[in-house]
Design a binder for this molecule. Sequence first.
Ligand code: CP
Length: 308
Amino acid sequence: MTVTDGVVSLKHLVTMETLTNEDVLGIIKRGIAFKNGAADFQLSRQYFAANLFFESSTRTHKSFEVAEKKLGLDVIEFDAKTSSVNKGETLYDTILTMSALGVDICVIRHSEDEYYQELIDSRTIQTSIVNGGDGSGQHPSQSLLDLMTIYQEFGRFDGLKIAISGDITHSRVAKSNMQILKRLGAELYFTGPEEWYDSAFDVYGHHVAIDDIIDQVDVLMLLRVQHERHHSEKSFSKEAYHEQFGLDQERYNKLKSSAIIMHPAPVNRDVEIADQLVEAPKSRIVAQMQNGVFVRMAILEAILNGKA
Ligand code: CP
């Protein structure tokens, strides 16, 4: 695969599926340049961004805000709890209003899968939509920061053995990552409970037991158990999950010396990963959070390029 220095230009970012490999590599490289202080950036005029989070978030919300402020954007406060959403305003009408007010970019997290479709199909709404997570659908900025973290570590994706582990069916992170990782040449494995796996994912990789793959992977990507999306959950034992599927010290010791552990966070300590391993030498969980700011600067820049 050739890494290009192309300038990326986007109208919206709602799913990884519409990004080309060149777009992905361009955003990663630009994120790395922002991180290294090597990126020249100047706004051509005043731009406004609003972060509209209708589901809880720490990392995505606050790292977009930091990224926006680092780029010099004016950030418009929005709190769903005190907005006219409480008076029955629809998401469409909230974004129509933001657009009418002159907000250039809306970063949105919402519980409805593909909430963004009617917004980007609208002929009236002019604001660019950046998807900060839609239901169990997509989480493209998380995927791009994950890819940046892998690229910084290995300098490639081709031939890397990557295991995505845990609550895969409910995870927008897994869904955003599986297709693009395969497209970039990685060899994918899935581990975790069979009931949180769908045979539709077989086109991207193989479902295996974690103990059959732990000593071979370059990247172990753990996922949060998403209780809020489990509608009829049988009794769940944290201890049993950790023992059967989680990363404990014994499994950690079997990882290759060059292997890394990732998790989008928030982490359920002692469930997906043992408490003492969250900040262990092979863990890149803190690096992922740091990279989130820089890759989001690159995403916002690509959106601004689309407006030039
Ligand atoms: N990884 C992630 O999306 O974290 P938040 O829910 O805190 O934004």
